[in-house]
Design a binder for this molecule. Structure first.
Ligand code: ACO
Length: 367
């Protein structure tokens, strides 16, 4: 019997601190009017010094687990899609696994920039559909505020911080990811990058002085590429799902720029109202933008069980992709997940495992 990967939980976490366009106009040579008219962004959220990609990812995942009523020890896989991980390694997903106390889960990061959530969703869905795992938590999370040059008006106005998560569970009822396209073109890798800090340009005094640890972007080229591939990927994914655009109730695009979304909508010949847009309040939150927009679409009753939705995005790499998803209701369960208890148990478990490792090291050292 065919297996499907039903989306049974969803959650989001954004920092409390709001940075408005007016605030930005006190930091760089820009205006609220310019930012609104060129990007559609009014404000974005900025992480506090205690918040990181892992902490926001954990909160989004906890919310999604609560919606799904799935206990962390039932999770088989955690994938975090991010371009702003806590560390180059270990994977941010492993930090999330520890904080959830997800003791049976494999965890890894997937980097495909702002398209990453679509890639991760597709891979987790395929793993469930193959029968190799039963459940997965897929997270998109970014702390771009730490990678942005706050003196560069070309980029600092665009980005924000946040995380969004889906829980996927095996089900025999057709739902979840119906089709997906994943595309890349590394010949455009120089258009959007963080040039230093990797093995090619390790951190040095020169790399810091030259501002190479910040996001560098050719905005115009990315704009042109994005407007083209959003249309192309949507058509490909809808056709692969044996549907037409008339069957699609909602399009959830990557939230980078209102004008890119409007151009894609014109290319697809669908009304703008069929698009979920919340970039005015969050800016570009990278891999988190699609799951955050999906959570708000559910809150606003724009996404209901049975709806077919297109998730479509683009990003550095270059990467782009789309997925057609059939939104589904919850799987009935008697379980009761309380995030406070999960957090406490995970914390205790982590402490005991560290202690055990310490004791083991001491015993081995003696022998
Ligand atoms: N305030 C005022 N003026 C500005 C600002 C600003 N914040 N930024 C740039 N300008 C000026 C420029 O200096 C330029 O002035 P000039 O003509 O005197 O040289 C003028 O405005 C126009 O600049 P452009 O860069 O040509 O403006 P454009 O219309 O292309 O808009 C933008 C810029 C918003 C960056 C747009 O190109 C864009 O959205 N591109 C896509 C970016 C994107 O989506 N990136 C994320 C990808 S996802 C990921 O992987 C992270």
């Amino acid at each position: 019997m065919a297996l499907y990967a039903r989306i049974t939980g969803w959650g989001m976490s954004v920092p409390e601190k709001v940075l408005t366009n007016a605030d930005l106009s006190n930091m760089v040579d820009t205006t609220d009017e310019w930012i609104r008219s060129v990007t559609g962004i009014k404000e974005r959220r900025i992480a506090s010094s205690e918040e990181t990609t892992a902490s926001m990812a954990t909160e989004a995942a906890l919310q999604a687990l609560e919606v799904a009523q799935l206990h962390p020890d039932e999770i088989d896989l955690i994938v975090v899609s991010t371009s702003s991980p806590d560390y180059l390694f270990p994977a941010t997903a492993c930090l999330v696994q520890d904080r959830l106390g997800a003791m049976h889960a494999g965890a890894f990061d997937l980097m495909a920039a702002c398209t990453g959530f679509i890639f991760a969703l597709n891979l987790a869905s395929q793993a469930i559909r193959s029968g190799s795992i039963k459940s997965a938590v897929v997270i998109g999370a970014e702390t771009f505020s730490r990678l942005v040059n706050w003196k560069d008006r070309n980029t600092c106005i665009l980005f924000g911080d946040g995380a969004g998560a889906f829980v996927l569970q095996a089900s025999q009822e057709p739902a979840g990811v119906l089709s997906a396209v994943m595309r890349s073109d590394g010949s455009g890798s120089d258009l959007l990058s963080l040039p230093a800090g990797g093995s090619r340009n390790p951190a040095s005094l020169a790399s810091v002085t030259n501002g190479q640890h910040y996001i560098h972007m050719n905005g115009r080229e990315v704009f042109r590429f994005a407007s083209r591939v959003m249309v192309q990927a949507t058509h490909e994914a809808v056709t692969a799902a044996h549907l037409t655009l008339d069957d699609i109730q909602l399009i959830i695009p990557h939230q980078a720029n209102q004008r890119i979304i409007e151009s894609a909508v014109r290319g697809l010949d669908v009304p703008l109202e069929r698009c979920m847009i919340n970039l005015d309040r969050y800016g570009n939150t990278g891999a988190a933008s699609i799951p955050i927009a999906a959570c708000e679409a559910v809150q606003q009753s724009r996404l209901k069980p049975g709806d077919k939705v297109v998730l479509v995005g683009f990003g550095a790499g270059l990467t782009w992709g789309a997925a057609v998803v059939e939104w589904s209701g919850l799987i009935p369960t008697k379980a009761k997940i309380r995030p406070t208890q999960v957090r406490l148990f995970a914390h205790l478990r982590s402490f005991l495992r560290r202690l055990l490792r310490h004791v083991e090291g001491w015993i081995w050292g003696r022998s």
